[in-house]
Ligand binder design. Structure first.
Ligand SMILES: Nc1ncnc2c1ncn2[C@@H]1O[C@H](COP(=O)(O)OP(=O)(O)OP(=O)(O)O)[C@@H](O)[C@H]1O
Ligand SMILES: [Mg+2]
Length: 372
């Protein structure tokens, strides 16, 4: 497990980690959802603060990033829980597993496991992931230990394709509120809100959702002290604070600025800030992607960004027809195919009832600003 010791540049957030553990300890809540824009430090907090703190408090811990395995979020989650259980000596049951867990094996994280003990990569589709989940959690029950489950990029669960699994997860967790504590994290506030706030959703009313506490002046001061311990040209805290604000108070961008400064300190702060801005506020990625799109796909994205609810409706199809130089509305097939392509590119996710969302709120914002 990575922790602050293995990354000297990590700014520890023990108090925030303790806050969540205390909430879970009191027992009134067994889950929380946190959201913040991209690159604000959610993943780093989960892995380098919350999980180590939970381990110190006697929890087993599991971290699953659903985005990394978005076609198969159940596999990501199962693998994470299996990894958490492996040191508990319950690896025998893994042999019966149907879920391919090559990744675990490759990671070498299960030390001392008997050769051939993980033949689970045999993909036997006779069992469903839901029953795998139930079985894994029954093995957790046997350990008598509490589990802290960190589900990163949790918005993937809102995808209509994952609704069955989301329901199964919710019911499996519902009966284990005392022993499994869950923290959901994600960058799309809209999608997370929908997951937790709509009566039709599996996670309705299940986890209070709150903004992730952002890094601020203390983080900047701590980082400056670290830089100054290494650098002949000391950085003023006030200058660094101003740079942080100019970089949209984004820790990721600020770290790049510090790297830039450390590498070329003699050029001064201004040059480092300018170089960082050029690097991070460059929307070349969005522009290139946009250029690669077909006209219908662009129009669909524009409508989605504007909040058009029915992308298959007559108004939308008239608009698409217009874009394509036709006097008549296009057929249903046009928005359908466009949305299919955009989903395949993981730009758009499909929620139920023909409702779609941008995966990345920043790209939605960028499209909204387009004047083409
Ligand atoms: N506590 C911290 N100490 C030092 N650096 C940090 C800290 N938190 C975040 N950072 C910096 O910010 C970067 C981005 O953080 P992280 O990947 O956790 O963001 P995120 O909110 O999970 O973003 P995304 O939504 O894109 O997944 C890290 O790689 C690191 O450079
Ligand atoms: Mg992240």
């Amino acid at each position: 497990m990575q922790n602050a010791l293995s990354d000297p540049w990590h700014y520890p957030r023990l108090a925030l980690a303790q806050k969540y553990l205390a909430i879970f300890d009191i027992g009134l809540e067994s889950a929380r959802g946190i959201f913040a824009k991209r690159r604000m430090g959610k993943t780093e907090f989960l892995n380098k603060d919350l999980i180590p703190a939970a381990e110190n408090a006697g929890y087993l811990t599991a971290y699953a990033n659903l985005w990394e395995n978005r076609d198969n979020p159940e596999q990501a989650l199962l693998s994470a829980i299996i990894l958490a259980l492996a040191p508990q000596g319950v690896d025998k049951f893994l042999q019966r597993f149907t879920t391919p867990i090559k990744k675990i094996k490759a990671s070498g994280k299960i030390a001392g496991m008997a050769e051939g003990g993980l033949e689970a990569e045999l993909l036997d589709t006779s069992k469903t992931a839901e029953s795998d989940l139930a079985e894994v959690l029954r093995n957790l029950d046997k350990t008598g230990k509490k589990l802290l489950l960190a589900i990163d990029e949790a918005q993937v669960l809102a995808d209509a394709d994952n609704v069955g699994f989301a329901h199964a997860l919710r019911s499996a967790l519902d009966v284990r509120k005392g022993t499994v504590k869950v923290i959901f994290a994600g960058s799309s506030e809209n999608t997370l809100r929908r997951m937790f706030a709509r009566a039709a959703e599996p996670f309705y009313n299940w986890a209070p959702l709150e903004p992730f506490e952002l890094l601020g002046p203390d983080f900047v001061a701590d980082m400056v002290a670290k830089v100054n311990a290494l650098c002949k040209f000391p950085l003023q805290v006030s200058t660094a604070q101003a740079a942080f604000v100019e970089l949209n108070s984004t820790p990721d961008f600020f770290r790049r600025f510090l790297t830039q400064y450390l590498t070329h300190a003699q050029l001064g702060v201004k040059a480092a800030l300018q170089a960082t801005k050029t690097q991070v506020f460059n929307d070349a990625e969005f522009i290139n992607y946009w250029k690669s799109l077909l006209p219908a796909d662009k129009e669909v994205l524009k409508m989605l960004a504007e909040g058009v609810a029915d992308l298959h409706g007559k108004d939308a199809r008239i608009r698409l027809g217009h874009t394509l130089g036709l006097d008549a509305p296009v057929s249903l097939n046009t928005p359908q195919q466009a949305l299919k392509r955009l989903q395949a590119d993981t730009i758009v996710i499909r929620l139920d009832h023909g409702e779609y969302r941008f995966e990345d709120d920043a790209f939605a914002q960028w499209v909204r600003m387009l004047e083409i």
